[in-house]
Design a binder for this molecule. Structure first.
Ligand code: ARG
Length: 585
């Protein structure tokens, strides 16, 4: 552990309870001390209740036994309560020492439990020549936040943008573009707020229409697919141009959202094309992929369809083509073998649950996905319209992401302007951008991942309630207190008794790393949102109960330390959500 790491009091208490179990009842050595934060004390251990049966005693008796040997410099008073709870109150000096140590650490004392775990995070992954939709908003925001948290906790994170950049549809589009040289779709020839990808999406629809209506065009398109697959230079050049133009549009969204994914992280489906044959050979040789009706499939040994038959994964279609399934088989093999990933995360909507279940099963059977490697589908629910129905434009089309973001920023601007009409336009723009984008991200991240949620911009940009704007504002208020205080040092006097509101705030601050570790394990960013919201509220209670600027020293110094640590924790936590924490709003 580096000097910058400060284990939480919760950990010290748990260690002390474990030691007490070992001493009092060697027969129970190694049992979980079951310690958590409590309203009745600082921490509570439920070990006696959990272990009573095994110990052959009443929980209250076991608790009393544990209590006699429970101690240590960070364990203050211990009381028995209820049927066998141990209520533990830590000494005041220990609480202040945590605050001081965290302030002294550039990483707020947070330990790095993911140390070195090579983790592939597959996220965003829009499809070339198709408009990014609200579903891609979620994967982009959630994936980015998880990558940030894991990285901060020491994981060796590899971001992968699995772009849908390969497939027979490109043959048709390329053919159409060649036959319609008048069509404009390059971003530098477009005007207004149309993007290259919107233009390509429209052209693709037109191509599809022509394909269905004109058999001759359909034939020419099929030849184009062959040309693309066999690497015909002119066709490949065209395809590359389409990919590049689409990526430019995606980049605009990424920049606007402030996500970390870079062009180097783009490793699309085409990348795996040369690996498909080898992957398939291996699956066939192992007897895992089998012929069925002219196609090559992998029948699941775990999942059956409604008819009771095993569900197949399509390795090679009857026409000899490869699809999404095949690519993901090659992808998982590559990520484990070549990237040497120990943890694989796939952030896509929950409708792809079966797909990933089958891919993981096949990879396990093939021996790629061994016990030491962990693969998880990080599934999320659907974004609904403000009315709770499927999200569509009034005309029934898909909602463009850029429009959605523009709308959120415009509403945030109105809300901010109303609060403080005296602001100049440039500052207002900057604040509105941070607030509007932050609002969208926070609304997404704060709902439990698997749930659907309604995209309600008015609620999102509110200054009250569990919103990104509320948290950003809470942060600016503390910054303003700190500005007024001047540059008071970060010295903490640990001999000062704690007020209840100070204690609650300090213990919450001490739990930051514990919360992050939970996010890393459960892959649920909403836990971090909930933590930051609680922290902001604990701060409000503290600020109402305790004078800060007008207090005398050394109390003032200690309280300013609490303010500073709260501001830094809020800013840092928002940062891990990918949300800006401006100094002023
Ligand atoms: N492009 C896909 C889509 O838009 C998502 C790809 C997710 N990643 C993967 N390895 N399958 O739905």
């Amino acid at each position: 552990m580096s000097d910058h790491e400060v284990p939480p009091l919760l950990g010290h208490v748990a260690t002390a309870v474990s030691a007490a179990i070992d001493r009092a009842r060697p027969d129970l050595a190694g049992a979980d001390p079951v310690v958590r934060r409590s309203e009745h004390a600082d921490f509570q251990s439920n070990a006696a209740l959990a272990l009573a049966k095994r110990a052959g005693t009443k929980p209250a008796d076991l608790a009393a036994q544990l209590r006699t040997t429970l101690g240590g410099d960070r364990v203050g008073s211990v009381e028995l309560s209820g049927p066998g709870f141990l209520n533990i109150k830590v000494p005041d000096h220990a609480v202040w020492e945590q605050v001081s140590a965290r302030l002294a650490s550039p990483r707020l004392g947070v330990t790095a439990p993911q140390d070195g775990v090579r983790t592939v995070v597959d996220y965003s992954a829009p499809n070339i020549a198709k408009e990014m939709h609200v579903g891609h908003l979620r994967t982009t925001i959630i994936g980015d936040s998880l990558a940030r948290v894991l990285d901060f906790l020491g994981a060796d994170v590899i971001r992968q943008n699995h772009l849908g950049d390969w497939g027979t549809q490109f043959g048709m589009l390329i053919q159409y573009l060649d036959e319609h040289p008048e069509a404009t779709w390059h971003h530098d020839e477009l005007t207004g707020n149309t993007s290259a990808v919107s233009a390509l999406d429209e052209l693709y629809k037109a191509a599809r229409k022509e394909f269905d209506a004109d058999p001759a065009f359909a034939d020419r398109s099929r030849s184009r697919v062959v040309a693309l697959q066999s690497g015909d230079p002119a066709t490949i050049a065209r395809w590359k141009e389409i990919v590049a133009e689409s990526e430019t549009s995606f980049r605009d969204i990424y920049d606007r959202l402030g996500v970390l994914i870079t062009p180097e992280d783009s490793v699309g489906e085409s990348f795996y094309d040369p690996m498909l044959a080898g992957t398939i050979d291996e699956l066939v040789a192992a007897g895992i992929a089998v012929e069925s009706d002219g196609a090559l499939v992998i029948f699941s040994e775990e999942v059956t369809g409604p008819d009771g038959d095993p569900v197949p994964l399509m390795v090679r279609k009857r026409d000899g083509g490869y699809g999404y399934d095949t690519t993901d088989l090659a992808t998982i093999r590559y990520r484990i073998r070549d990237l040497e990933a120990q943890r694989l995360l796939y952030v896509t909507d929950s409708r792809q649950a079966l797909h990933f279940r089958l891919i993981f099963e096949a990879a396990r059977r093939a021996g790629w996905l061994a016990d030491a490697v962990d693969a998880e589908h990080v599934a999320y629910g659907t974004v609904l319209g403000p009315d709770g129905r499927p999200f569509k434009t009034r005309a029934g089309g898909t909602v463009r992401l850029m429009d959605l973001l523009d709308d959120a920023v415009a509403r945030a601007r109105a809300v901010v302007a109303e609060r403080d009409p005296g602001r100049d336009a440039a500052e207002l723009d900057r604040i509105a951008e941070d607030a509007g984008i932050g609002a969208v991200k926070y609304a997404d991240l704060s709902t439990s991942r698997v749930k659907d949620y309604a995209f309600d911009v008015d609620r999102m940009v509110s200054f009250t309630g569990d919103t990104g704007v509320y948290l950003q504002y809470a942060h600016t208020r503390i910054r303003s207190i700190l500005r007024k205080a001047g540059d008071a040092g970060d010295t903490v006097d640990p001999s000062i008794p704690l007020e209840p509101a100070e204690r609650a705030l300090a213990l919450e601050l001490d739990a930051y790393g514990t919360t992050l570790a939970e996010v890393a394990d459960t892959l649920e960013p909403h836990r971090l949102c909930g933590y930051l919201y609680d922290l902001a509220r604990d701060f409000t209670v503290f600020y109402e109960a305790c004078h800060v600027l007008s207090a005398g020293e050394p109390v003032r110094g200690n309280r300013l330390a609490l303010c500073r640590l709260t501001a830094r924790t809020l800013e840092h936590g928002l940062g891990l959500l990918g949300i800006a924490a401006p100094e002023r709003m």
